[in-house]
Design a protein around this ligand. Sequence first.
Ligand code: ADP
Ligand code: MG
Length: 152
Amino acid sequence: MNNETGATPHEPAVTADDLSFSSLFPTTRRGAHAVRHTAERWLAAHLPPEQDAASSSLIDTATLLVAELAANAALHGRVRGRSARLALALTEDAKELLIEVTDPRGDRLPAQHAPTEGESGRGLLLIEALADDWGVQPHHPGGKTVWALCRR
Ligand SMILES: Nc1ncnc2c1ncn2[C@@H]1O[C@H](COP(=O)(O)OP(=O)(O)O)[C@@H](O)[C@H]1O
Ligand SMILES: [Mg+2]
């Protein structure tokens, strides 16, 4: 069984260095939750919050964005037997963070709709409000990447 997203069959499951982090995650509620915590730990290690308030706020914003994007990949971007990928990339001056979540469903895209009574429909509104920019691009050979950019 191919457990990778469409275009990354030979990429390692997790890679990390000082400026980038990447991890496959199962498209389940638990998988999305776990990758959010891993991302938060990586961000805290590479943008130490005690050093300045802007770092701390970037970590908080980025963690929320990761949570929403990963939850959407698990809920709406799911293809049985395939995982999704989270990638984080910091610029060298640590002022800009790119968050990318790739899921295997290329035939369904994020679509804003008015929030309903419950929790549904708020994720993209939050992303729109918190990210400096965001978008979607096709992921070869299948799936798509939803990305969000945060600047401090
Ligand atoms: N990764 C995704 N793949 C496919 N569809 C998505 C994805 N992310 C969001 N969507 C679509 O956009 C809608 C709005 O997303 P969101 O605001 O997060 O609301 P919710 O997840 O609560 O439904 C979803 O209901 C879904 O139809
Ligand atoms: Mg959502």
